[in-house]
Design a protein around this ligand. Structure first.
Ligand SMILES: NC(=O)c1ccc[n+]([C@@H]2O[C@H](COP(=O)([O-])OP(=O)(O)OC[C@H]3O[C@@H](n4cnc5c(N)ncnc54)[C@H](O)[C@@H]3O)[C@@H](O)[C@H]2O)c1
Length: 359
């Protein structure tokens, strides 16, 4: 089904120029003591999410991050520490600071290692929220590499056949460059939807479709919940036994293993809300074959898929990254919608901190 009713529109949001939003996020974070360089990285990633229509992970979240810094949950200035390193691998500690900063460094190090040795990989512990995971593979794609990133989160999803939340929404993101076509950027929670969409449905006052979540008795839950508890759980991707819920469950645990167990930072049941342990990888295409040939074959694949006849009632067949690229084209030209309530909260937070108001 279409989730368009969860997208922002002129009635539930205010359009703001992208550069103003970037400045606003950065100064709020600096206003609670974040070093400028770290605030700029975080602003860049949150803005990218808002530009790409990933409303749940966008600029509106800056208020809660700034509160987590103020109450000491997030440590700033943070030290991203190298715990162990080889030519192709690195284990980092995020230093309990902003997850964006360490995930960004992890992917930068993966890319640098891949440039030398073909492949680079990082796993990161002691971390907080890293937002839209697709941002990090896009860093590798910009360097003509294949990129991949995952992050684990605290429990909210039931295991297949289980009736209590035990796994996080544990997203997987993968990117590969195309030539004339748009890059392939696939970024998905391993639950039916990201939990932020439940919070968004609650804020927008709409019901959840059947299939997103169930009660502890296994009944469909359609009233969006703002709390976490043992009496309801999100469904793993697949949803039911017949539709393959064991596959979403298995993918979620794969993420827990690479991000939480390999790093030592902990698996979903060991994490507090808002914690994210992260894994990144970069693969240098040029070490395998000519990059232009790779991109030309990507273009062929994407064009073949785009030309597939559609199901009745559908406009076009898409490839991962298409919906977000459409949003980005529109929002760069016409401004980025910020949800009404979040717009007010961001302005109020800036004023309370005594930093400049840009929106
Ligand atoms: N940091 C965290 O703790 C955390 C946890 C969960 C999710 N997230 C983020 O939440 C965001 C949303 O996740 P989601 O699972 O709800 O994503 P989604 O279902 O909106 O999209 C998943 C992917 O499917 C692609 N897609 C959409 N429609 C398509 C179509 N018709 N054909 C082909 N491809 C199509 C999109 O381009 C995207 O790559 C992601 O950015 C994810 O990284 C973050």
């Amino acid at each position: 089904m279409s989730l368009d009713y969860l997208k922002l529109n002129d009635a539930n949001s205010v359009r703001v120029p992208a550069e103003n939003l970037h400045k606003q996020v950065s100064v709020i974070l600096q206003g609670v003591g974040t070093p400028q360089a770290h605030a700029e990285i975080t602003a860049e990633i949150l803005l990218s999410s808002s530009l790409r229509g990933v409303e749940t992970h966008g600029v509106g979240n800056v208020v809660r991050y700034s509160e987590s810094i103020e109450d000491g949950t997030y440590v700033v200035p943070q030290t991203v520490e190298v715990i162990s390193e080889t030519e192709t691998t690195v284990l980092l500690s995020c230093g309990n600071g902003l997850g964006f900063v360490a995930a960004h460094q992890g992917m930068e190090m993966s890319i640098a290692k891949a440039k030398k040795f073909g492949v680079g990989m990082s796993t990161i512990r002691d971390g907080h929220h890293i937002g839209m995971v697709g941002y990090y593979p896009m860093m590798a794609v910009a360097e003509d590499m294949i990129g991949m990133a995952m992050t684990n989160a605290s429990r909210s999803v039931r295991p297949a056949l289980g009736a209590r939340p035990r796994v996080g929404t544990n997203p997987i993101a993968f990117g590969a460059p195309a030539g004339d076509e748009r890059d392939f950027i696939f970024d998905m929670a391993t639950s039916t939807i990201a939990s932020g969409k439940i919070a968004l449905a609650k804020r927008l006052g709409v019901q959840m479709p059947v299939g997103w979540a169930v009660t502890a008795e296994g009944e469909p839950l359609t009233e969006p919940r703002g709390d976490r508890g043992e009496d309801w759980a999100m469904n793993p991707l697949g949803g039911t036994r017949e539709q393959g819920s064991h596959k979403g469950y298995g993918l979620g645990l794969m993420v827990d293993i690479l991000c939480g167990v390999l790093s030592g930072g902990g698996f979903g049941m060991q994490l507090a809300g808002g914690e994210n342990m992260t894994w990144t990888m970069a693969i240098d295409i040029a070490k395998f074959r000519d990059v232009d040939d790779f991109k030309a074959m990507m273009d062929d694949m994407i064009r073949d898929l785009h030309s597939t006849p559609t199901l009745p009632g559908e406009d076009r067949v898409l490839v991962a990254g298409d919906p977000e690229a459409d949003f980005e084209d529109d929002r760069l030209a016409n401004g980025v919608p910020v949800e009404n309530s979040q717009y007010d909260e961001i302005r109020a937070r800036a004023m309370a901190l005594g930093v400049e108001v840009f929106i």
